[in-house]
Design a protein around this ligand. Structure first.
Ligand code: FMN
Length: 366
């Protein structure tokens, strides 16, 4: 059957789409959302309920999930580097699949956005020894970020191995694919931007060198999952986690042109957010990113239904991810279909806690 023939030429959020090998029933993506409700770094039954509640999204992207203990930088974040984590994630993917949903895992290494308290007193790692401004969220509360240790060139291959092991674990846990987290000031983003990458080896300097680590990780994970089950998240205009770049367009347009050759499942870009603009972001327009990238493009960042449908109709993106709206509206697709009122997200319960502000937002049918 030719599934493409069923897809209308002017899509809306509620039109189907093929992403990688999957036929998704709509173009709503649940954005990756760290919720810090996994004590002992292991997913819980409450998380199974939470993800299953949101299975009517065309695609769920899991919360950022550390690939190794070195990649951890927040308390109670669920990992994907040991067997009990794989077993617990499997319950989540089965619950989502039972409701005909699709779910990718976002693979995470936090880089310098961490603290020695997570690493037995060892320093967090980064491309260069530059401390971010601000505080780490540690098990004993907020503590000032420390100056990280610059990775040696010969350590990079070990981190790529960690990514490969994590991606295989994600497939073993039943995920439909993986999203490489290269956004928001974490390790791979730190390598891309010249504000954080001052290296003089083959991973620093030119745009090709700064993109090398991400492209090597991508190539390795294509080997594990197949290109059509690998997505990448980028935040080209992001300032979160003290990020900056003297010429973001040069690195991100170069990168997207390299990614064109790979036929990945998708690239997922975060638009400039209000906070980025307040922090003087060097904003790259969605039009520029769309022109550079030929494959499936997901966009995220402050979208509502109207703006999302306009963006899809203009062809500026192929699907739209929603973060805060998915926190508060487990049945966001149904609500958009019916133009029903939306629940309001409660920021005080975003990170940590129990079912309050997590699994207790009502659906229309409850
Ligand atoms: C509570 C919370 C947790 C988040 N966790 C992640 C994460 O784990 N990985 C990620 O790439 N982005 C994360 N983000 C960013 C969102 O995915 C999204 O880009 C952002 O919220 C903007 O989209 P929105 O305006 O639809 O909420 C988080 C945002 C929030 C509010």
């Amino acid at each position: 059957m030719n599934l493409d023939s069923k897809i209308p030429s002017t899509p809306t959020l509620l039109s189907p789409i093929n992403i990688g090998p999957y036929h998704l029933s709509n173009r709503l993506v649940m954005a990756p959302l760290t919720r810090m409700r996994a004590p002992d770094s292991c997913p819980t039954d409450l998380m199974t309920t939470y993800y299953a509640q949101r299975a009517s999204a065309g695609l769920i992207i899991s919360e950022a999930t550390p690939i190794s203990t070195q990649g951890v930088g927040y308390p109670a974040t669920p990992g994907i580097y040991n067997e009990s984590q794989v077993k617990s994630w499997k319950k989540i993917t089965e619950a989502v699949h039972a409701k005909k949903g699709h779910i990718f895992m976002q693979l995470w290494h936090v880089g310098r956005i961490s603290h020695p308290d997570f690493h037995g007193g060892q320093l967090p790692v980064a491309p260069s020894a530059i401390a971010p401004k601000g505080n780490a969220i540690t098990p004993s509360g907020m503590q000032a970020f420390v100056t990280p240790r610059a990775l040696e060139t010969n350590e990079i291959s070990g981190i790529i191995d960690d990514y490969k092991r994590a991606a295989q674990n994600a497939l073993d846990a039943g995920f439909d694919g993986i999203e490489i987290h290269s956004a928001n000031g974490y390790l791979l983003d730190e390598f891309l931007r010249d504000g954080t990458n001052k290296r003089t080896d083959i991973y620093g300097g030119s745009v090709a060198n700064r993109a090398r680590f991400l492209l090597e990780v991508t190539d390795a994970l294509m080997g594990v999952c197949g290109a059509d089950r690998v997505g990448i998240r980028l935040s080209p205009s992001g300032t979160f986690n003290d990020m900056s770049d003297s010429n973001p367009e040069s690195i991100f347009v170069y990168l997207l042109k390299q990614l064109n050759l790979l036929e990945l499942a998708y690239v997922h870009v975060v638009d400039a957010l209000e906070g980025d603009i307040r922090h003087g972001a060097n904003v790259i327009k969605l039009e520029t990113l769309r022109a550079a990238y030929n494959g499936t493009l997901i966009v995220c960042g402050g979208y509502d239904q109207t703006r999302a449908d306009e963006t899809l109709a203009k062809g500026l993106a192929d699907a739209v991810a929603f973060g805060q709206l998915y926190i508060a509206n487990p049945d966001l697709a149904e609500r958009f279909k019916l133009k029903a009122p939306l629940n309001i997200p409660d920021a005080s319960s975003f990170y940590g806690g129990t079912e309050k502000g997590y699994t207790d937002y009502p659906s229309l049918t409850e």
